[in-house]
Design a protein around this ligand. Structure first.
Ligand code: ADP
Length: 548
């Protein structure tokens, strides 16, 4: 400096020094000025030193605050932008869109909002109450909450105005001196949710109408709770006083004892196997009114782990129908009973004639008598079936159990079958020793019924195979034929009373044979079922517990 004569200055230089016995960092600004006395020669240097530590510290702290503020703003903005509701900020009295998040913009996909006053951007709100409300929020600062409010708006600038529904909050924004300088809007469009609810309500109304018209009762039982939820109709059918809660225990106590166990087991089985159930039974209503015959249909509903959550179903009151049926079958029973006596003597006379005819040489008479005996036997079987039905329905049928070997019963039937039918080939194999405890006559009736159906519903010359085997702890009897078979929609209904497959009307029958079989098997706690394919043939089965 002495040589050049130039001044030197430096500002806010960081220095380290020991002051008041401590190390300190300070900032100084200094100027070195050359003082020339003659001929440009530097003789002295003037030094000014100014300490700016405080100014530097203040500036740095201001900078930190500014950065923190900026970061906070950015965070807030990113919250606004990602928020799961529509958010916008309307600034100033003109309510100009200052900030619009993507969800808000989605409410007006084709419209330019940012920087525009509300009335310029969305002019259709000018005459709507919502404009008034915004003004009030701006003036009073009171937050406004709107629920399911209808605001007719168009989505695009020149699009049609649509009825749209929103949940929203308008809240005033205040500026530096606590003066309101804008409004924050949080909004959630619920038009589609409401439309969905309306559709649901419509469907519910239609369902209610249908349920009312059908006079069906509805019920639901949650697992792990004894409480039953019942509709008014279910309440009326069961004679439950108004306002009284019904429990499962109470409702099962109303079922007549002879049906109770079967119904409960049927429902439990359906729940376990994820099937529908259908049970019919008598109940004695709670209010002591007359007994009713009910049909209860339903199924269980499961969670994603397959655990049952609740069972729900319908109840139909079929008492009148049932009483009609009972009257009819009483009548049939009476008539059948009356027919039995003359038919028994007719059989005896025919058998006497038949034995006499064996000695005569008149082959026509012998043939005609053989046919007559066969036909009378058929008629007797038919009448016995009618009698059985009527006994069954009036609860008069009873199961006379004994322990016997089904193989022997099957062998007896074999002899009879082969004599009576020469149209088919019969294979009685395998027929294993299977001891059961059951009503021998009635099981014999089922075996004959399966075989006579196989003969009836398959072509002459085809083969019918009869088997009786032990499977685990069950005795299983089956008859398989190569006949017309049964389509899947019929297989489930064959065991219903009077049910006949539509296209077999050319073959005579009443549709009671299999119904009787099923009722008898059910009373033995056995199972009865069919496996069949239309056009290929059928296999009818029943199984009973083995007696060891
Ligand atoms: P019915 O033979 O008197 O009509 P059933 O109760 O014995 O009454 O049988 C009910 C219906 O089941 C029959 O009408 C027939 O359509 C069907 N069915 C029974 N057995 C067979 C079989 N082996 N093959 C095909 N269809 C059968």
């Amino acid at each position: 400096m002495v040589e050049t004569g130039r001044d030197y200055q430096a500002s806010e230089i960081e220095l380290m020094l020991i002051r008041h016995g401590r190390e300190e960092t300070i900032f100084v600004t200094f100027v070195y000025a050359a003082i020339k006395i003659k001929a440009g020669k530097v003789t002295k240097i003037a030094v000014w030193v100014l300490e700016n530590t405080r100014q530097v510290a203040e500036r740095e702290s201001k900078e930190l605050t500014r950065v923190a503020f900026q970061q906070e703003r950015d965070r807030l903005k990113s919250f606004f932008m990602q928020a799961p509701v529509g958010i916008c900020i309307l600034g100033g009295e003109a309510l100009t869109f200052e900030l619009v998040n993507p969800l808000y913009q989605q409410l007006f996909p084709g419209r330019d909002l940012i920087g525009k006053p509300l009335l310029d951007a969305v002019p259709e709100i000018r005459d709507q109450p919502i404009w008034e409300i915004l003004q009030q929020v701006y003036q009073t600062g009171k937050t406004f909450e709107g629920n399911s409010l209808l605001i007719p708006l168009s989505r695009t600038d020149d699009g049609p105005v649509e009825d749209r529904y929103f949940n929203f909050i308008y809240t005033a924004r205040t500026g530096l001196n606590d003066e309101i300088d804008g409004i924050m809007v949080f909004v959630f469009e619920i038009t589609e949710i409401l439309a969905g609810q309306k559709e649901l309500q419509k469907a519910q109304d239609i369902l209610n109408l249908a349920i009312e018209a059908s006079e069906l009762g509805i019920w639901r039982a949650d697992f792990g709770s004894d409480q039953l939820h019942i509709s008014d109709q279910t309440r009326a059918i069961h004679g439950v006083p108004a306002g009284k809660q019904l429990t499962l225990t109470e409702s099962s106590a109303m079922i007549r004892e002879e049906f109770r166990e079967r119904v409960m087991k049927g429902i439990a089985y359906a729940v376990e196997h994820k099937q529908d159930f259908c049970e019919e039974y008598w109940i004695d209503p709670m209010d002591g009114s007359k007994s009713r015959w009910l049909r209860s249909n339903g199924k269980a509903y499961y969670n994603e782990n397959g655990e049952p959550l609740y069972i729900s179903g319908t109840i139909a009151d079929l008492t009148e129908q049932k009483e009609d049926d009972i009257r009819k079958s009483d009548f049939i029973g009476m008539v059948s009973h009356e027919l039995k006596t003359p038919l028994t003597s007719l059989t005896s006379y025919l058998q006497v004639l038949q034995s006499k005819a064996t000695q005569s040489s008149d082959s026509f008479t012998r043939g005609a008598l053989d046919q007559s005996v066969k036909q009378v036997k058929k008629m007797t079987t038919m009448i016995n079936s009618f009698l059985n039905i009527s006994r069954l329905e009036s609860g008069k049928i009873h199961i006379d159990r004994q322990t016997f070997d089904m193989a022997i019963l099957v062998k007896e039937t074999e002899a009879e079958t082969v004599v009576m039918n020469n149209s088919h080939t019969f294979i009685f194999h395998p027929v294993e020793r299977t001891m059961v405890n059951a009503d021998r006559d009635k099981i014999g009736q089922i075996i004959s019924n399966f075989i006579s159906n196989a003969v009836k519903y398959s072509k002459p010359g085809s083969t019918i195979q009869i088997a009786c085997v032990s499977e685990g702890n069950e005795a299983r009897f089956s008859v398989s034929d190569e006949g017309m078979g049964i389509s899947p929609e019929d297989t489930g209904r064959l065991f219903e009373r009077y049910y006949r497959v539509k296209n077999n009307t050319s073959i005579s029958g009443f549709g009671i044979g299999l119904y009787l079989c099923a009722e008898i098997i059910m009373r033995h706690e056995g199972r009865i079922w069919v496996e069949s394919e239309a056009g290929k043939g059928s296999v009818f089965y029943f199984s009973l517990s083995l007696e060891r």
